[in-house]
Design a protein around this ligand. Structure first.
Ligand code: FAD
Length: 461
């Protein structure tokens, strides 16, 4: 895409959310010369990483009148990626050995990620753009601009007009609940991982955890420390799977999917095993949700696919004034937010242009047809997995920003392999010190750290 001929213009832009995506989006928009207002309903920056011991009143989050708790972080959570590949490209997420309260591990706790995002916001003076405790309740197009209605904690609502809106509201708050035949009559307790915080309520119980990816693997092991038995139902497992795992207390089994649940408290797995369980924990993912968005029916969500988005960012008929940063599910989250937001900022300023509306729709139609032909269900449209780096580099080239570093991509690939093969130990034992060294040397070459790489490599754990 060639740079546009138009003069660079400054737009008045609303950003919804001050999590990692909203923070970097605000920075990139301001760097490009736009004026920015970030709306954030919480009292502080950090989004998902603001741990709250409080969960929602309805453990499955089905009650529409419940008050929402945004974060899905549990107390024991540590990152599922090495810190060096998680951070933004020009503000590396390196250990802070100068501050004893910080967690210097390579896979640190959730508190360290929050502290990093607070550091980032401070370093780039982002908070001055944020209106805290201000929830966006409606966004609608009006005469080529966008009307944003917000509500403060004092219930005062306010309408404002913006040239553009960037949606960064996160997508790990609205639970997806797997359907189990017979569950309506099953008498036990049910909870979604969104509302899981600590294992204590499961002491001496027989617990079924549905899902065995990052959260499911962590939560089942967390609960197994206090429960009598934990049984994981894993969709990816073969039908006859029945495996005992020795850690943490030799009381954890992996099965195939659940077949049914019954009134007598039993759960039947597809491998034929039957257990009597006290609780079910659903680690079955989340749904995209934009309750404030009114696009006169143009945008919709079908089977968790946000229809229709050009490269998961721009809805063609409303582009570029409406965009979404952070939708795809992939390993390289923060850098994805950074690259997508550079693209949005540079298209809004007119430095680069998008293809015509028809061409963007054509691209979307082709993408959907390819997914169909490969037998990939709609609900996986935004799961980019193996093509994440290719996707990010495609956008990076469109807006003339640096491509994803070799070490970062490889750390994600090898970190993922370790997570799958050694879910119990992958955070403390690794085999990619070569990549870690490459990362720190890269930070030093780019003058992003003020110490020699050996300072980090020799002291880090
Ligand atoms: P969020 O952090 O959720 O921020 C969205 C913000 O928008 C929130 O502050 C919210 O209050 C605000 N908001 C929402 N609606 C409104 C509204 N209407 N008005 C005003 N404000 C609003 N990624 C990694 O890179 N490494 C990890 O180790 C990792 N672990 C994870 C573990 C779990 C359990 C989960 C669920 C996710 C994990 N992720 C991880 C992915 C993580 O979600 C992203 O890294 C990232 O933090 C998401 O940032 P975000 O800004 O898109 O969303």
């Amino acid at each position: 895409m060639a740079p546009a001929q138009n003069p660079i213009s400054s737009q008045h832009v609303a950003v919804i959310g001050a999590g990692a995506a909203g923070l970097v989006t605000a920075r990139e928009l301001r760097r490009e010369g736009h004026t920015v207002v970030v709306f954030e309903r919480e009292k502080q920056v950090g989004g998902l990483w603001i741990y709250s011991p409080k969960a929602e009143s309805d453990p499955l989050s089905l009650d529409p009148t419940r008050s929402i708790v945004h974060s899905s972080v549990y107390e024991s959570l540590r990152t599922n990626l090495p810190r060096e590949c998680m951070g933004f490209t020009d503000f590396p997420f390196v250990p802070r050995f100068d501050d004893e309260s910080r967690d210097s591990r390579r896979y640190p706790s959730h508190m360290e990620v929050l502290a990093y995002l607070q550091d980032f916001a401070r370093e780039f003076n982002i908070e001055e753009m944020v209106r805290f405790e201000t929830e966006v309740v409606r966004v609608e197009p009006v005469k080529g601009k966008w009307k944003v209605r917000s509500k403060t904690s004092g219930d005062i609502s306010n309408d404002e007009i913006f040239d553009a809106v960037v949606v960064c509201n996160g997508h790990y708050t609205e639970p997806n609940i797997a359907h189990i035949p017979g569950i309506k009559l099953w008498p036990g307790k049910q909870i979604h991982s969104h509302n899981y915080r600590v294992p204590d309520p499961f002491e001496n119980e027989v617990v079924v955890v549905i899902g065995n990816f990052a959260s499911g693997a962590d939560i089942s092991r967390d609960i197994a420390k206090v429960a009598k038995e934990v049984h994981i139902a894993a969709r990816a497992s073969e039908r006859d799977t029945y495996e005992k795992r020795p850690v943490p207390r030799n009381n954890l089994w992996v099965h195939s999917e659940i077949d049914s649940a019954s009134e007598d408290g039993s759960i039947v797995f597809k491998n034929g095993k039957v257990i009597h369980a006290d609780s079910i924990v659903y680690c079955t993912g989340y749904k995209y949700y934009f309750p404030f968005l009114d696009t006169n029916g143009y945008m919709s969500i079908d089977e968790n696919r946000v229809e229709h988005l050009y490269k998961h960012v721009f809805p063609p008929a409303l582009a570029p004034s409406l965009s979404f940063v952070g939708l795809p599910a992939m390993g390289i989250q923060f850098v994805m937010f950074e690259i997508q937001s550079k693209w949005v900022a540079s298209v809004l300023s007119g430095r680069f242009t998008l293809p015509s509306q028809d061409k963007m729709m054509e691209d979307i139609t082709t993408t959907y047809a390819t997914l169909d032909a490969l037998g990939i269900p709609k609900r996986y449209t935004h799961k980019l997995g193996k093509i994440q780096c290719e996707y990010l580099n495609w956008i990076a080239k469109k807006c003339d920003c640096p491509l994803v570093e070799h070490w970062r991509n490889q750390e994600i690939v090898r970190g993922y392999q370790r997570l799958v093969s050694h879910p119990e130990t992958y955070r403390d034992e690794w085999d990619d010190d070569d990549l870690k060294e490459e990362a720190y040397k890269d930070f030093a070459t780019k003058k992003l750290i003020s110490f020699d790489p050996s300072y980090f490599l020799e002291s880090s754990i």
